[in-house]
Write a protein that binds this ligand. Sequence first.
Ligand code: 5GP
Length: 215
Amino acid sequence: MANWSNTDKGMLIVISGPSGVGKGTLCKILLNRVENLFLSISATTRPPRPGEIDGRDYIFLSRELFEEKIKKGEFLEWAKVYNNYYGTPKDIVFQQLRDGKDVVLEIDTQGAAQVKNNYPEGIFIFISPPSIKELKKRIIKRGSDTESSIELRMKSAIDEIKAASEYDYIVLNDDLNQAALNLQSIVLAERCKVSRNTKIVLKLREEFGNDASVN
Ligand code: 5GP
């Protein structure tokens, strides 16, 4: 049943998928195409890669500081991915949602499961590769991983893919244009839900009242 309040909160959109599936590229296209969408900047303890900027790509923190923030409950979710901590700052995301902004989290499946527990009204989208073979090909082609890191990423890819059934939507990234269109369509369709547009519905009720006759 819809909650007929007068204030519509933003949507929390969670996007996950195995490393190398192209979720970063898809998120970028989504943010370029759809207005009023904001990407949450995660905190991490992994060192910046060349070209990455603190506060734009990630908030880079020391392990000590990250652990302190975990203790203080400052993350909406956090996880250890490939031996580094990653987490979503809670206050910023909740403030944006309260302001009616739609927020995208690009996080791993462990983190997404925590968000689902703490915030079940989120929208959960899984980006899937066409096959394991194709995923491996893409990770190798990326050229930024050592052989052992490729093996590690492939192992965790299998765990991530097992979690796909917990999501609301699945986007197969076989053809990038089609995948981007599907992702965009999901977000736009979710925005059109009656339960997210209570202000419009209330306005219509006020304007039209119970009298449907127009003279
Ligand atoms: P990378 O180091 O390649 O930028 O990211 C590695 C993995 O960490 C990716 O699967 C990415 O989605 C995930 N990740 C990035 N930020 C967060 C976060 O805030 N929380 C969680 N749980 N995972 C994250």
